[in-house]
Ligand binder design. Structure first.
Ligand code: ACO
Length: 284
């Protein structure tokens, strides 16, 4: 006889761990023995961690990854679903707000964010996957909208993520069939930017982070928000929004950065914008 799963005794503050190395915050879902599924404790801790990291001077890029063999096996069927349903609607809403809250925070994060999907990624995991600006996965990773396999619909934004990132036919197939995608399929289908051999994943993510670190911080923030915002705008509204966003960027050092970048290209001839970023260390 199998032993029924028990609530995880891991203290709330240990459900997420992070390390900061040379401007990159590597944030880990840290419940490897539970395949990093998202419990209310983890959701609360994750919000605290990402908020603490957001305005730190020593963090320029945030990478979200998982400890062990999973990125995240989605929502915790015991602690998020069953135990809250037993407590009633108040507990259900509270735990939804905690989960959706940190995904939203991450969607509109001040710094660039990268999902490094090292293993299983299911259901509710699509929320933080989409919240990250870029995503890279290991060949051994698997992606699934497994909701249909246990008789629910892909909630918590998962249906929206599928509809946003996949073609209509692929989103339907993915949600209705409950079959997993391999890492390579996830890249072909557009769930992630690239799929890498397992032992090359971290190096590639590091390379991407190093490149992001060289870009103008304020322009990066304006750019990632612009790409998210314009998805839901008409062409005319997007054009107008982008004019205003650029003007707002000017208030955050945008004018000086552009002037210096232009000087380095036109006068100093020390770089070409078509081939890489200007040297921001020369800014006053
Ligand atoms: N919710 C609760 N517990 C989970 C979850 C989850 N989503 N995923 C894994 N666990 C627990 C298991 O119950 C088990 O706990 P126990 O040792 O205390 O009994 C432990 O994590 C290890 O899981 P195994 O199933 O033994 O690990 P295995 O490596 O064999 O399989 C796999 C991994 C495929 C990820 C499997 O655990 C699984 O199918 N998990 C559920 C995935 C899923 O459908 N998630 C929900 C998506 S829908 C949504 O998020 C709304």
């Amino acid at each position: 006889m199998a032993t029924p799963s028990q609530p995880d005794p891991r203290p709330e503050e240990e459900t997420v761990r992070y390390e900061i190395e040379d401007g990159v915050a590597w944030v880990y879902f840290n419940r490897p023995d539970k395949r990093n599924c998202m419990s209310p404790k983890l959701n609360r801790q994750m919000l605290r961690v990402i908020e603490d990291l957001e305005f730190r001077e020593d963090v320029q890029v945030l990478v979200l990854t998982g400890e062990g063999v999973a990125w995240s096996a989605g929502m915790d069927l015991l602690e998020y679903f069953r135990m809250n349903e037993e407590k009633g609607i108040g507990a259900i809403r509270q735990s939804q707000r905690e989960a959706y809250g940190w995904w939203e925070r991450l969607r509109w994060y001040e710094k660039p964010t990268v999902a490094m999907v090292n293993g299983w990624c299911f259901g509710g995991g699509y929320g933080p996957l989409f919240a990250c600006d870029l995503a890279f996965c290991a060949q051994s990773a698997q992606f699934g909208l497994s909701e249909i396999n246990w008789a629910i619909l892909p909630g918590g934004g998962a249906s929206k993520v599928a509809a946003e990132l996949l073609s209509f036919r692929k989103a339907m197939y993915h949600a209705m069939m409950g079959e997993n995608l391999t890492g390579e399929q996830a890249a072909e289908w557009g769930l992630v930017n690239e799929c890498l051999p397992d032992d090359k994943l971290r190096a590639r993510v590091q390379e991407v982070c190093d490149s992001l670190k060289k870009k103008d911080t304020n322009a990066l923030r304006a750019t990632k928000w612009a790409i998210r915002r314009v998805r839901e705008m008409t062409y005319d509204n997007a054009e107008d929004y982008l004019v205003r966003a650029q003007e707002a960027l000017n208030d955050f050092g945008g004018k000086q950065s552009r002037k210096e970048a232009t000087r380095q290209f036109l006068d100093e001839k020390s770089y070409k914008p078509g081939l890489g970023a200007f040297d921001k260390s020369k800014l006053d």
